[in-house]
Design a protein around this ligand. Sequence first.
Ligand code: UDX
Length: 440
Amino acid sequence: MHISVIGCGYLGAVHATCMAELGHDVVGIDVDAGKVDLLNSGKAPFHEPGFDELLARQVSGGRLRFSTDYADVRDAQVHFIAVGTPQSEEGYAADMTYVDAAVAGLIPHLVEHPDGPTLVVGKSTVPVGTAARLAAQVGGSPAHLVWNPEFLREGFAVQDTLTPDRIIYGLPGDPDAAEASGAVLDAVYTSMLAAGIPRLTADYATAELVKVAANSFLATKISFINAMAELCEATGADVTVLAEAIGHDDRIGPKFLRAGVGFGGGCLPKDIRAFMARAGELGVDQALTFLREVDTINTRRRTAAVELAHRLLGGTFSGKRVAVLGAAFKPDSDDMRNSPALDIANAIAGQGARVIITDPAAGPKLAKSRPDMDVAADAFEAAKDADLVLLLTEWRQFRDLDPAELREVVASPQIIDGRNVLDPAAWRAAGWTYHGVGRP
Ligand code: UDX
């Protein structure tokens, strides 16, 4: 099938490439000419395991190309909207500028397709009610609108796109339009559906809510275990054992119960805020008051890490050298949006310490965008003569560090393990003062 994908950021570039991998003929549209050139040369504009190879293969194979010109979508029967919905500058609500611009840009190019109905398919995470609003705009064209949210995790983007846990279609209210639209989308995802991936159909509002409900649940799970970590710290208990023990209960499950410096990134923090803002508009803000607490617990883990560092350095950051291991919001990504690691590094530097930060993927990007920061090539360079080391993003390179070797280079062997990934006994045996989160 001929497919277009509007927006070639993380979601769009991966989606376009995976659609080509499924055998479709795909054009990706983005307003950023630099990004389009890079993608057309088969190079990814971000770090994502397994993505570069796939992109290069599909571009050179001729099934995938990128353009800045909306007119290039002309052959496509299915147009995916995959632009960002960041937190708006003025408050908690999502900034819908890019979604609105994408739909407005697309509408003049929506034409009848010989093989059946033309579809505009929303993948972006949007406030509930957006699909109904956009359907009214698309209504004047020959296309139907479907909402088909994406659940990809950075670091697993290709796998999550090609083998998602589920596929959900938010379909038009008119039964004929719903049936015809569902059939076209089924054709797009034929091989995935044949592999047994569950497919659910719903109305627009439900499909939109599924995405924000899922992310809110995940954020709540993380803040829950971080709240337990606070209790553990007050009582001398161990949150890692607690998490393992409650995780054995099938109803709870072991995933997303890793206590630490909390969640960050371009999705969970802004999605729970946009959800609260939307609930307020709908007059049901009380239903989501708990998300405010989820957000507060999450932010408090960052403050707590800075306060612990301050205490370990004898009550002053001034004149101290602090090594920060990690800048990305999670390992296997170079994404630093709302990154706990970067936030904590900034706070410590802002209070007078000399911070040397390192990150296997985000490091070069950080050095370019923040010339004011000291970016080191690796953990050993960062930790040289350090008075304190903080591990804030759990890259394999940091988890595998040899405590005895690292001890050789620091001025003072004390470490804050903000992700609870090191073996406290091994680090203490090597002479370190070890501090995890919610564990003795
Ligand atoms: C998330 C959702 O998982 C995904 O389904 C959605 O489509 C987009 O948002 P992502 O932002 O890539 O994906 O990251 P995720 O793996 O969910 O991690 C989010 C943050 O939570 C990271 O900062 C991570 O370090 C943190 N986290 C995760 C914890 O602190 N503890 C955990 O147990 C799990």
